[in-house]
Design a protein around this ligand. Structure first.
Ligand code: FES
Ligand code: MG
Length: 592
């Protein structure tokens, strides 16, 4: 390594490996790294030691190819004069973890904080992919505040079934409606679903995984264009090499997350989320990331800064295409280029490239207008999240980019009452109750019903379940009514195309208004005023308080107990209460 590749200051790792005042400790720290061939000369050379936070494993298939990509990360780190040290993070497999991967985001966060804080690392590459791997990693990087860079694993290739594009998750929601309506059989359901996963990588729709990797790039935390490169493309490996190199430079230049993750960066991310038709899970995750970054972001910022932004990405579930086309059309930089030209983005935000966001975006205009629309001719106007409040909750969101024309016509176009809908509530306590009773004729669900689910928030279903996208009963599906208005204190999959009112906070299990709504109550949703209320007078609501809050399942594991004792509501990011008081803690911890 040439002299000018050396940090001009003493590195954090040198406190472990090169500490003449504590020779005994230095010896102890050094010796065991030798047993796989590392030499004391390397570790005492003053070269930056770069952690590779490895999120891939057999238990996380969406990120598993990071096990291979890490080789190119290592090459980049070595060529730039650093030393790679790879370690595993807590697995976060969205589709498989019970009761929900949402429970484990904060656990993975805690684990990574302890690693970054307690081990001799000067910087870190955060390997990301499946939904919560991105926010948990960025939350931890902010708490510790050592130089960090996000490296996405990229989406799977586009899936096809019978010549049609089939996208992750979205195919499940669409097939289950067709199955319930009797249009396809079990075999066809499975075939279509399995066809959506043709290669390594994470979900190829604009679900939570692709959204959160786009958010990392929009925030300035990954190299330009990183988020959307499909996992199987050669560019993915090349991006790994460049990311590894850049990680070393970040340490030499002492560029830390606290320098990049500003309020302006988060507002940029909110706007990008609207323009890509991003996941509703971006709301709690960005709130959580902002909280740990010490950035004041509040629930209304989604309405103020995100709602008016049009939909530009023609990608499922809000649009038609999948990850490969999106990448070829220019990916996240092309979306951001449009927003920058329209005067929406703050182009001065610093990024991990060492340049401003505006400089990164130079020449990134898309030439595929089928997939990435211009700001002047979007797929849909005002495509962000509508923020609602009322006597059912203080905060909930609705993703306007997936509200279909059919739905708008059916529910939001009553002459003289445009944008206002009143319907009778049908209330379910958790998803088992929903599945058990949705086809019960005595509920008399019709097209004027509003489906309500509670007990699905961070406390109720520890971690918060993705269940609010409830489908109508079979008899309505058979009549071609594919969605009813739904409301819930849980989340929904980022791949869902349902017009749900979700992430309601406070949740029923925390004593929010949803605890007191009853089947048969009339609920009024006023989209113009951003209100959602049960039309029940205050005395009656007060009386219902006497009935108490609906029961939820007991803690099943020690972590569920700790999670429930510490978690905040979805409006605030469902973070660990008070964990945000620990920030920028990357001093060298003393040895006790
Ligand atoms: Fe892992 Fe969608 S399930 S990315
Ligand atoms: Mg999900």
């Amino acid at each position: 390594m040439s002299e000018n590749n050396k940090a001009s200051r003493r590195l954090r790792s040198q406190d472990w490996f090169d500490n003449p005042d504590h020779l005994d400790l230095t010896a102890l720290y050094l010796e065991r790294f030798m047993n796989y061939g590392t030499t004391p000369e390397e570790l005492r050379s003053g070269k930056p030691i770069i952690g590779i936070a490895q999120s891939g494993s057999d238990l996380n298939p969406c990120n598993r190819h990071h096990l291979d990509l890490a080789k190119r990360l290592r090459d980049g780190i070595r060529d730039a004069g650093g030393i790679p040290i790879e370690f595993p993070t807590h697995p976060l497999f969205e589709n498989c973890k019970r009761p929900t991967a949402g429970l484990d985001r904060n656990l993975a966060y805690l684990g990574l904080v302890e690693i970054l804080y307690g081990y001799p690392l000067d910087g870190v590459v955060l390997t990301t992919g499946c939904d919560k791997t991105t926010p948990s990693a960025l939350m931890a990087a902010s708490t510790v505040d050592i130089p960090a860079i996000v490296f996405s694993g990229g989406p799977m290739l586009d899936g096809y079934h019978d010549g049609d594009l089939v996208g992750s998750g979205t195919v499940i929601w669409r097939s289950r409606r067709k199955f319930a309506a009797g249009e396809i059989d079990q075999e066809q359901f499975l075939e279509a679903a399995l066809s959506s996963a043709p290669s390594i990588g994470h979900c190829n729709t604009m679900g939570t995984a692709s959204t959160m990797n786009a958010m990392a790039e929009a925030l300035g935390m990954s190299l330009t264009g990183c988020a959307a490169i499909p996992a199987a493309y050669r560019e993915r490996g090349q991006m790994a090499y460049r990311t590894g190199r850049r990680a070393v430079e970040l340490v030499l230049q002492d560029i830390r997350p606290s320098y990049i993750l500003t309020r302006a960066a988060f507002l940029n991310a909110i706007m990008v989320n609207s323009a890509i038709g991003g996941s509703t899970n971006a709301q709690p995750h960005l709130m959580a990331m902002a909280k740990h970054a010490g950035v004041a972001l509040n629930a209304d910022d989604w309405q103020l800064h995100g709602f008016e932004i049009p939909l530009l990405a023609n990608v499922q579930p809000a649009g038609a295409y999948l990850g490969e086309r999106f990448h070829r059309a220019g990916g996240v930089p092309a979306i951001m280029w449009e927003l920058l030209q329209a005067g929406k983005l703050d182009g001065n935000c610093p990024t991990v490239t060492g340049k401003t966001m505006a400089a990164n975006l130079e020449g990134r205009q898309s030439d595929d207008r089928e997939v990435i629309r211009s700001y002047a001719e979007p797929l849909r106007e005002r495509a962000g999240f509508l923020v609602l409040k009322g006597n059912l909750f203080d905060f909930a969101i609705m993703k306007m980019s997936v509200v279909s024309e059919d739905f708008r016509k059916r529910y939001l176009s009553d002459p003289g009452h445009e944008g206002v809908f009143e319907g009778k509530a049908v209330v379910f306590d958790g998803s088992e109750d929903y599945h058990a009773r949705i086809n019960d004729p005595s509920l008399a669900i019709d097209e004027r019903s509003i489906l309500v689910i509670r007990g699905a928030g961070p406390l109720g279903w520890p971690g918060s379940a993705e269940v609010v996208n409830m489908q109508p009963p079979d008899h309505l599906l058979k009549r071609g009514i594919m969605s009813l208005p739904t409301i819930g204190d849980g989340r929904q999959s980022g791949t869902a195309d349902s017009p749900s009112i979700l992430n309601a906070s406070p949740e029923s299990a925390a004593g929010g208004g949803l605890a007191y709504v009853r089947t048969g109550d009339v609920i009024r949703i006023d989209f113009n005023a951003g209100r959602c209320d049960m039309l029940v007078d205050d005395d009656e609501i007060e009386r219902r308080h006497g009935d108490g809050i609906p029961q939820v399942a007991a803690d099943a594991t020690p972590w569920q107990m700790l999670y429930r004792q510490t978690v905040t509501q979805l409006a605030d990011g469902a973070t660990i209460r008070n964990a945000d008081t620990f920030r920028q803690i990357a001093k060298v911890p003393p040895r006790h």
